[in-house]
Every structure is written in C-alpha cells, then in structure tokens.
Ligand binder design. Structure first.
Ligand code: PLP
Length: 411
C-alpha cells in the first residue's frame, strides 16, 4: 500500500493517517545509527507492519527483546492497568511489585523450582545492569583489587565502563581514555584466563554464556564450568552477562544453566519486560551485601510500571514454558537453515541462532527485508535469527521459504 492519505501522509497499518518519517524529520536525531531502511508502526505476535502497511515476519525481535511477540495482550493489559494505578515512585519509598518480581527472577536463576538465594538491583537497560555488576565487584573486592577480566569479541554495553569491558578494541579508540582496570582474554580459552587471573588485582570475570553481538559464538560445553572453577580457586567473582541469552532464549531460563554451575552475579535485560526498557543485576546474597545504602541507585530502576510488564512477561513465560518452546522451535529452524542454499553452517542454541553464509550477510538481510522478513547481519558473513519464543512452525517455514528465495537468487 502506498502513502496516499488526504494530506499525502502514509496510511499506517491501522488504516490511520501516519506521520511521514521523512529525512527532515530524522535530522533532529543523532546519527548513531545508519539510515533505517524501514519504519515500523505496529506489531502483533511475530508480525510487524510498516508505514506502508506492508507485513513482515520479525525474526530478530528488536535484538532478542520481544520474546513473547509484539503487543502481547497479557503484557499490554498489565502495563495499561498499572499506568492507570501507579506508574512511578522513587526508590526512597517502597513499591509492592519489586520484592515479588525479584523473588520470581531469583527462582528462575535457581532453575525455576527453588530460590537461588540472591538479591536484585533493577535497572533500565543491559548496560546499566552490567554497570551495577562492575561497581559491585569493586565494592566487594575492596581497594586495589578492581580489575575485571572479560573476553575478546564480547559485548557488554555502550556506557564508558561497559564499553571498556566490551572486548572489541575497535569500538574503544574514539572514546579513550576509558576507565582503567579492564583486561581481555580470548573467548573459550581457559589457559589464557588462568594466566590473567591474578588474585591480588582481579575482582571478577565478566562473561557471556554465548557471545550474541560477537556473532552467536557458542563456547565449548565445559568452558563456563571451567571459568567457575578458576574463579573459585582464585577467590574472584564469576559474573555472567545474560542480557541477550536470558529468559528462555537458549532453551534454559539462563544460558549458564546448560553447564550446571552457580555464578556469583548474573546480569539481564532485553527479554525481561518484553519491550519495556528494564534490566536487573542479581548477586548471591553474600556478594550483594557489599553494597550499602547510597552505594548505587537509579531514578527509574524498578519502578511499578516497568515491573508490571516484567511480572506479566514472566507469568506468561512460565505458563508457556518458553525454554522448552525455544528448544523445539530452535531445532526446526536450525535444521531448516542448514538445508538452504549458501548456508555453510548454523550455530547457536534454542532460538538464538546464526547462519554462516557463502554470500554477504548484508545483501541477504536486505533481500529478506524487501521480501518481508527481518533478520540481522551480525557479521559480514553471518546472519542472526532470534524470533519470538512463541513462534509457530508455520511462521518458521514461511521465514525459511523467504530465505530460500533470497539465497537462491544470490548463490
Ligand atoms: N550485554 C549483552 C550480552 C548484550 O547483548 C547487550 C546488548 O546487545 C548489552 C549487554 C547492552 O544492553 P543495552 O543495549 O540494553 O544497554
């Protein structure tokens, strides 16, 4: 459908007069992202609709955020109800949702059946969850032991400290000097970590169970447990960044659970509020005890409106058993991808998948978008797929058919 409203405005998917998102309108936005190829105005489940009313299948979910699909009715209703009741109070006062939601997250960190015995600080994003972890590590370890070891290829956020922790030196240059005290070792390399873990200077290791932004890189099946053993031996905290992998995406509630270990700190965000900007930093109670009143804070973190979305999201996730659904749907999608022309290999777990291609990933992603499928070129030769965890078999097959067409034309 083309733009043809009364004043020449595009008609939205709702059939309403949309505001044209033209180049002059975008001039007021900082240019931290490339020009977007499309503007979405509405979503429903796995589907997105653009300003022209065109339908897309969303196989990236806002980068692993909208795990229950767009406009989930239970989450939408919970947000609306809370907005009519109480949106915000300062953390200087109590709010009824925070302890309840924290207890649910603590139970999911314990595997879903029993409390893990930790404490939670709520944030507004993944970077802030990691900032909380980094500050907590310094407070816990005390003066002099402030170094955090993270891995090359990792992604932990865009604030100055989380950028310093991010193991992508090419992103550091323009912003130096970055905060001091960050060391990077190759991912999935226990001997390198062993060498870096000097207990007189190192407070913590920060690691993703799967490197998401790094290209959906899955480490050896005993890597994280090896990291756990080294951290225990040196008296260093193991902090697992589950911002992208958390809440069922990899087929477990959290990615670390595949390796049967107990982290000291877990950070999370993305899927936590199904689109509501909210994150959290969980720590074992003895570690969390290093923080006292005044050590950390956030105006918005853990406010009732955000937590109403989280409570509803987690209720639906548990009811639907999203980890099991991710495993089932993930094996269908992975098997289908492996059989497509131009796909050299498929990696990932559950519904966090990547296909390595013999043709440029950006061309495949652009072709897919033009054909109504949203995927993400996470590396020059790799596309990432992270559809809603409630995606249907029919939607998976439709997405595979689109990709088959696009790849068939390029290979
Ligand atoms: N950590 C990981 C593993 C991520 O994938 C991301 C974002 O992609 C972040 C942290 C940063 O989260 P946010 O963009 O919400 O600050």
């Amino acid at each position: 459908m083309t733009a043809d409203g009364e004043q020449g405005r595009p008609v939205t998917a709702d059939g309403e007069q949309g505001r044209p998102v033209t180049a002059p309108a975008r001039r007021v936005l900082m240019r931290t992202y490339a020009e977007p190829p499309v503007t979405f105005v509405r979503g429903e489940g796995t589907q997105l609709f653009d300003t022209e009313g065109r339908r897309y299948l969303d196989f990236i979910t806002g980068l692993a955020v909208v795990s229950l699909g767009h406009a989930h009715p239970v989450v939408a209703e919970a947000i609306a109800r809370q907005a009519r009741t109480l949106s915000h109070v300062s953390n200087l006062y109590g709010n009824e949702l925070a302890p309840e939601v924290a207890a649910t997250i603590d139970r999911l960190i314990g595997g879903g059946t029993h409390p893990a015995g930790g404490q939670i600080f709520f944030t507004n994003s993944g970077a802030e969850a990691n900032e909380c972890a980094l500050k907590l590590a310094r407070r816990w370890a005390g003066p002099g032991r402030h170094v955090v070891v993270s891995t090359l290829g990792s992604f932990h956020g865009r604030t100055l400290a989380t950028l310093a922790a991010t193991g992508q030196p090419e992103k550091h240059g323009p912003f130096e000097p970055l905060p001091e005290g960050f060391v990077h070792v190759p991912y999935d390399d226990l001997p390198a970590l062993d060498e870096a873990l000097d207990p007189s200077t190192v407070a913590a290791v920060l690691v993703e169970p799967i490197q998401g932004e790094g290209g959906v890189v899955v480490p050896s099946s005993d890597y994280l447990s090896g990291v756990r053993d080294l951290c225990t031996e040196r008296g260093v905290l193991l902090m697992v960044d589950e911002v992208q992998t958390g809440f069922g995406r990899t087929g477990r509630w959290f990615g670390f659970q595949a390796q049967g270990l107990e982290p000291d700190v877990v950070t999370m965000a993305k899927a936590l509020g199904n689109g509501m900007p909210v994150g959290a930093c969980w720590a074992r109670a003895e570690v969390a005890a290093a923080f006292g009143p005044g050590d950390h804070g956030s105006t918005f973190g853990g406010q009732p409106l955000a937590l109403a979305a989280v409570r509803a999201t987690l209720e639906v996730m548990e009811r639907e058993d999203v980890p099991a659904r991710a495993l089932r749907a993930g094996s269908r999608l992975a098997a289908g991808l492996a059989g497509l022309p131009g796909v050299l290999s498929v990696r990932g777990q559950g519904l966090l998948l990547a296909a390595v291609l013999s043709v440029p990933a950006s061309q495949v992603a652009a072709g897919a978008l033009a054909a109504g499928l949203v995927v993400n070129p996470v590396r020059p030769d790799t596309i990432r797929l992270a559809p809603p965890l409630l995606v249907s078999d029919a939607e998976i097959d439709e997405a595979l058919a689109v990709l088959a067409g696009v790849l068939g034309g390029l290979v």
